[in-house]
Structures are given as C-alpha cells and as structure tokens.
Design a protein around this ligand. Sequence first.
Ligand code: GLU
Length: 466
Amino acid sequence: MSNLRVRFAPSPTGHLHIGGARTALFNFLLARKERGTFVLRIEDTDVERSTQGYVDAILDAMAWLGLDYDEGPFYQSRRSELYKNKVKELLVSGHAYRCYCRPEELEAKRNAAIQKGGKPRYDGRCRDRSDQPENSPYVVRFKTPREGYTEFLDKIKGPISVANEELDDLIIQRTDGTPTYNFVVVVDDAEMRINLIIRGDDHINNTPRQIPIYKALGYQIPEFAHVPMILGADKKRLSKRHGATSVMAYKEMGYLPEAMINYLVRLGWSFGDQEIFSLEELVDKFNLENVGKSAGVFNPEKLLWLNEHYIKTADTERLAGLITPLLTDKGIDVSKGPALDAVVKTLQDRAKTLVDLANSATFYYQAPQNYDSNAVTKFLTEDKKAILELMILQINRFDVLTSHHVEQLFGHIIDETGLKMGKIGPAVRVALVGTAQSPSLYDVIAVLGKEETLQRLQNAVDRLFS
Ligand code: GLU
C-alpha cells in the first residue's frame, strides 16, 4: 500500500454522467496503479436536490463499471457535528466571523457594485465588528486574507496563482446552520487524509478559495489535478442535446462496461495512438502526465465502435447470460430452443450492442410469422419449391445435423440440381429465417437442428407455394 489517497465525491442530484464517471475512473486507476486508497464520499448537503434514488443510481453505475472503492461511501449529511465543530474552531481562532448583514442589504450593495462596473463582492462590513447583536440571524464567513496570493501547482494545468484580494469572504455556514460546499469539502478531504484531489476543472476556481481554509484549520494542503471538461461535437459543454449522458443509459442501450471504461479513459488521456486497453493495462499505464490540457470531445460513434470490438471478443457464455433477460422481455423462453451459447457464437461477430445481439437472436426461437415479400419475389421463385423439397428429403437421411453434415447436404443438392450455391443459399435462407439476412447458413441450420429446420422448410413450402 502506498500512501496515495484519492476520492470521488459525487453530489447525488442526478445520475452518474459521462464526466463524473471519467473523474471516478481516473481516481480509481491511479489508486490501483499506486496501490493507494480510493475513497467514495457522497456530497449530499444540498438536501433539496439530493435523493436516495440518485445515491443508489450512482452506486449502481459504479458497480456496473467495476469501480470498487476501498473506503466509504461516506455521507456528508451524517457528518454535521464535525462541520459545526470546525466552524466553531475558526470562529475561536479568528479565521471566521459572524455576518449579520441582511440579504436585502447585500443584494442592494451587489447591484450598486455591478452598476459601477465593479465586481460584486462582500464589503467586509462585519469582518471586524466586535458587537454581537442578540437574536439576529447570521451567517458565518471565512476571513479570506486580503494580501498576497494563493498559489498551487496543478498536476494537469500547471501553476495557478490568484490574488487574495480577488477572493470573497466566503460564507461557510448558512443562517440555518448548514455548512457550504467549499467548507465541507476541505474538512472532509483533510479529515479523510486525501492527498491528491482529481476532479473536473469546473472546480478550479474553488481551489484558491479552499486552500486558505486548509491553512486556517492547520491542515496539510493536498495536491490538485483538474481534469478538462467534456464537450459535445459542437464544442459546447456536454449535455442531453448531444445524446444520452448518463452512464446507465448506455447499459440500457446494450453497451458493455469494458467498452465504456475504455471509452472514458481516452476522453482526456492518451498513450501514443493506442485505442484499445484492457483494465489491467490501464492500471499499469495510466498517469496524470498524459492527461491533456484541452477538453475531450464526446464521440458516440467511437463508443459504439469500441462496444462492437468488445462484443466480438467477449466470452460467448457471458454474452448469452447478458442477453437472456432481453430475450425474456420479448417473450422468448430460451430453454425452449437452441442453446443460447451456440446462437450467440453465430452472431457476436456482427452485433454492435447487446440489444442488437438479442434482436438478431430472436429468429432462432421464433419461426418466421411473415416472409419479407421482396426477398420472396427475388429468391423464392417457383423453381425453388423443388429445392426446398429436395432438402427436406436429404435432411431426413441424417439423425442429427452438424455444420459438417449441412455442408455435405448442400453438396448433394448442388450435384443433383446443377444450381450454384448462390441460387440455393438465399432461397433456403428466406425459407428458414423469413428475410434475406442471417449468419452463415451452415451455422444457422446446425444451430436450429434437424427438427426445427425441417419444420421451417415445410412451412415455407406450404405457405409460399400453393
Ligand atoms: N460534489 C462535487 C460535484 O459533484 C465534487 C466536489 C469535488 O470533487 O471537490 O461536483
């Protein structure tokens, strides 16, 4: 175990989206690579927008992606005593003060500042007041230093420096006694001994506000790495307009978690021009040095391409297990029909998603209800009746049908009729499947088996030729 301690700190105000999942992944990979500790903290202080449903959704998505954490989940909503004590500590040490300014006053001052073209900032009226008006509501503000600079070396963005006079006296506790984000995040990261914070660069302006709080509380300041945002193809911040952004929506659409992981890691990190990475390889190769400084662009086609790759190379039995519920939803009982493994084997080379795979597996379990009329006109011309009948005759000679037998069978038919496979194959395919597309006919017949094949051929003869 190294002493690296990283964390993922989602707010349960929505589903786990692509950007959040990538942040979680980067933290996870670095923790695994360095044999450090990955902490999960649920930032649920916004009681109005946080829900248990979203907590569960985030945990489910992390489990689906395989992003296991070593500690947590910790919930900020269960840590209010700690935050209250830390506010007290700052009040006692003089690093924070009670502010009794009323919201209307502040609003008026803010508007006046904006009209003058200045930055709306708290004017510090209560900063040095010594009286404590009784029974007046107050917030607690952090006494941000007025001179000097707050500086840090971001591991992705490089050196960052902000003049302290630019920083406001941040509210750390609201009138109702609840603490605010910039304060609790410092207390938690410090108390959880997080020493490297990897998060989205939408938080980069918060970091200079947080650093003085670490100092005031006597905490060690962690290192920071702010990861660039993810944009849509139009270079605007990724949103629903660009397609599904929630990780679990991709699960529903039939994506494999390893495709998602591979896709997410490449949104901002690279290793030469390599595109395909196994998880073990990522744990070995991932580093912050190769995280780019500019925003990643979300490209759904590439995600689909990766998914296709992973379906092609996935274990057949696993795929069968994954599509069983999808087939059940279609009313198919896979125990009544060919073995699903054998079915998947004939299809996994050309499916882009699990949904595709399930859709294309249905014909094995459901004999054609209708025949595609274009395919019938083109391939099942009157002269093909004899071929189907000949085939029925030949099949009856076998006890079982392996793909080797099927090859033999077509050999006989070609010999007897003098027709080419190019004429025979499509006719048999339409008779068996109802359309002109299917995997290799040899495989289809072998998987359907003798009885089902005979029945489908006979049906086609009876229904299409009268
Ligand atoms: N809870 C914050 C968010 O979801 C993350 C805070 C952080 O990483 O510091 O955006």
